[in-house]
Write a protein that binds this ligand. Structure first.
Ligand code: BGC
Length: 742
């Protein structure tokens, strides 16, 4: 496609027509110029392609949702998933699959958290990047969504997320930034909400200044479905494609705006060009791929088995095939394995735990409860208790029913249905080996945590979830997932609690950068299960931490090496987590932040070295005075461990910035800030007659004086210090000297 030529030949009407969809899922073709349409479809963890001329979507593989995938901490697994998604898209002639979602989990109540990876921007960004790389390696495009700050479903189409700049950059945008820079998604989808009062769909700072000018994104931005407010403003802000179709209404508004001089035609050209560039990538027929539904079903099960998180095990797991076992709960037969809303897949087939266990051994089954209403069914409960009383081990398949969480609304609490809690209580009374297997898109409170013997968290595990559960329960697969978010003991422990869901259309992110474990750590709140936590059927020993430098400059790479040994008797995978702590800082910083992770497979007795590379961003914070990332000189601790609350090894390094941020002095500067500058200290001490004193007592008085003076602005010295060296003129001179020095 010769895009320059095409644009020069197109009428304004034709160019404007490209800026909105043909229908729900296609871009507009222009037959006169042989410009094709292309198809986009949801996303993210399976293909939801609508059937042509019929209601419903085609059959596809439902893979585990992002909440589960992130627990793998496994980049290559996400790439493998992406490749499978890409193949399904090619087989179905879909050019762009809408996902992944990289929004940060600010509150566990957000109904759509199952579609998002983590509370941590580094983990979320890395997982999203791997997902994108996998899909795009097949020649299929992705749409990283929902850019940005769509952190609640409540009033998602009108709410304004009020966020300070540093928090925006370090937490909410960083997740997208990593994915954009590392994986270059072909498209991004803007969010419904406003950020600091401006809709994302017409937010120039977001869509152009940051995304394109700072991060170098050169793909297309489409709107979330129906997210457009002021289309003309959106075109100028960098929203290339409105989805779905606007029935021609907004195209006409754009044409009128150009004709009346309200909108420069160059913006229409820019957006049209990006649509054409995307179409160009996809208009040639791709080599056909075979989509083996059985193979993808198996892959979905394999992936989930790598994601499940063993939260508790007093030795009851793994199960043995010669034990007498009861599977209890409707989810054992009819699992909840995906979320509700636009990502809902018409699954090729579903394997439940009851199906999967048949290949291994016999277990008894009791339904225990129903999911369509939260009421105890006395007969089902009695059967379940009876089954539990007759077996060695009772495995309860429980969690949140569809009606509890979905796209489009938030939860009000973190409780599981009462009827399921009652079932757990009753079963615990008759059996002391109770295993809980969870199905949920986001954290729940667990009043039963101390009573049961084991807890296996599977989130929403995709269509082959039952196979994965059985493989992990019986030890065919050794669990290796770690939590990608904190499980609080109670909802009110969550940092957003006081400010969620906001007032009317304003939600203030007052907790700032203290999202997830950054908050629990700093406040020393004991979570139910911490970020990064997960058990294994084996044990690991960490040793020999080495760093490549004790001191380095911000443009050098720090290499960190750690040895990990499998000290148990079965093979297993360990996620090794690396956090960085800034020990001296003039800005408020979290206790520690995740800056690296690696998953490693170890045979019993085997030792491997795990290597991390840390660049400037691992140490920097976003400094709003220079609107850039900055490192303050000082000591940083490199912490390596198996969870955010289980640091095994540490090492200190000193990191120096290329340039210090010059401090600008004025007559309003506090004396303590002048004292912090060696020249300022020398000059001001002299003018004020401060300095070393002879006796201890005199020195104590002097120190007290320095402290008190430190809190005074320079200009106030004129009134407080009767001294001919202190006048407004001499102080102005001092200010000039210090500013000139900087
Ligand atoms: C969702 C998007 C989705 C789109 C198309 C919207 O409501 O927010 O995530 O891709 O619908 O189904």
């Amino acid at each position: 496609m010769n895009i320059d030529k095409l644009i020069s030949e197109m009428t304004l009407e034709e160019k404007a027509s490209l800026l909105s969809g043909l229908d729900f899922w296609h871009t507009k073709p222009i037959d006169r110029l042989s410009i094709d349409k292309i198809m986009v479809s949801d996303g993210p963890h399976g293909l939801r392609k609508e059937k042509e001329g019929e209601r419903g979507s085609i059959e596809a593989t439902c893979f585990p949702t992002a909440s589960s995938l992130a627990c793998s901490f496994d980049r290559s697994l996400l790439e493998e998933l992406g490749k499978a998604l890409g193949s399904e898209c090619i087989a179905e002639n879909v050019s762009v699959i809408l996902g992944p979602g990289a929004n940060i989990k600010r509150t566990p109540l957000c109904g759509r958290n199952f579609e998002y990876f983590s509370e941590d921007p580094y983990l979320s960004g890395e997982m999203a990047a791997s997902h994108i790389k996998g899909v795009q390696s097949m020649g299929v495009g992705t749409s990283l969504k929902h850019f940005a700050c769509n952190n609640q479903e409540y009033r998602r189409m009108s709410v304004s997320a009020q966020i300070d700049e540093r928090t925006l950059r370090e937490i909410y945008l960083a997740s997208f930034e990593i994915a954009v820079k590392k994986a270059k998604p072909q498209t991004l989808m803007c969010s419904y909400n406003k950020i600091n009062g401006e809709y994302s769909s017409q937010n120039k700072k977001l869509l152009t200044d940051i995304l394109r000018d700072e991060w170098g994104f050169n793909g297309l931005v489409m709107s979330d479905w129906g997210a457009v407010d002021d289309r003309v403003k959106g075109v100028a802000a960098g929203l290339d494609l409105e989805m779905p179709a606007s029935g021609g209404k907004n195209d006409n508004i754009v044409i009128e705006a150009v004709k009346s001089g309200k909108l420069d035609e160059k913006y229409v050209d820019i957006c049209a060009r990006r649509v054409l560039e995307l179409v160009d990538k996809h208009c040639d027929a791709k080599a056909p791929v075979s989509w083996d539904k059985e193979k993808d079903h198996e892959l979905a099960g394999k992936i989930e088995s790598e994601c499940m998180v063993l939260l508790k095990n007093d030795g009851v797991l793994p199960l043995k095939t010669d034990e007498s076992i009861a599977f209890i709960g409707e989810f054992a037969e009819n699992p909840r394995y995906q979320g509700g809303g636009s990502s809902h897949i018409n699954s090729y087939k579903v394997t439940s735990a009851v199906d999967a266990v048949k290949d291994i051994c016999e277990v008894s089954f009791a339904r225990g409860y129903v999911t369509d209403k939260d009421e105890t069914d006395k007969a089902l409960l009695a059967q379940a208790v009876e089954a539990a009383s007759k077996c060695d081990k009772a495995v309860l398949f429980v969690g949140l029913p569809e009606s509890f969480e979905s796209e489009g609304f938030d939860r009000k609490h973190l409780r599981m249905p009462d009827c399921q809690l009652e079932l757990i209580d009753e079963v615990c009374k008759v059996n002391k080996n109770v295993v809980i297997v969870l199905h949920n898109g986001a954290p729940i409170e667990m009043p039963f945590a101390d009573k049961v013997s084991a807890i296996l968290e599977g989130y929403l595990g995709g269509e082959a979830v039952g196979k994965a559960q059985v493989d992990v329960l019986f030890g065919k697969v050794n669990p290796s997932g770690k939590l990608a978010e904190t499980f609080p003991r109670k909802l009110s422990d969550n940092p957003s609690y006081l400010n969620y869901p906001g007032e009317g259309d304003i939600v203030k992110y007052n907790e700032g950068i203290f999202v997830g474990y950054r908050y629990y750590d700093k406040k020393e709140i004991e979570p139910l299960f911490p970020f990064g936590f997960g058990l294994s059927y084996t044990t690991f020993e960490y040793s020999d931490i080495e760093v490549s430098h004790d001191e380095l400059d911000e443009d050098q790479i720090l290499t960190v090496r750690v040895s990990v040994k499998n000290t148990g008797s079965v093979a297993g995978k360990e996620v090794v987590e690396l956090y960085v702590r800034d020990t001296e800082s003039s800005v408020i910083r979290p206790d520690k932040e995740l800056k690296g992770f690696e998953k490693t497979y170890l045979l019993p007795g085997e030792t491997k070295q795990v290597v991390f590379k840390l660049d400037k961003r691992a140490f920097a914070y976003f400094d709003t005075s220079i609107m850039d990332w900055h490192i303050e000189y000082g000591k940083f601790e490199i912490l390596v461990g198996s969870s955010s609350r289980d640091i095994k090894l540490s090492k200190s390094v000193y990191v120096a910035p290329k340039e210090e941020i010059p401090h600008r002095y004025t007559l309003n500067s506090l004396c303590c800030d002048v004292f912090a500058n060696p020249l300022g200290k020398k000059l001001l001490y002299k003018a004020l007659g401060l300095g070393k004193k002879g006796s201890k007592e005199e020195q104590a008085v002097e120190d007290f004086k320095i402290l008190a003076l430190g809190e005074m602005p320079l200009h106030s010295l004129v009134s407080f210090i009767p001294n001919d060296k202190i006048s407004r003129a001499t102080l102005s001179e001092l200010v000039d000297i210090l500013n000139a020095e900087a």
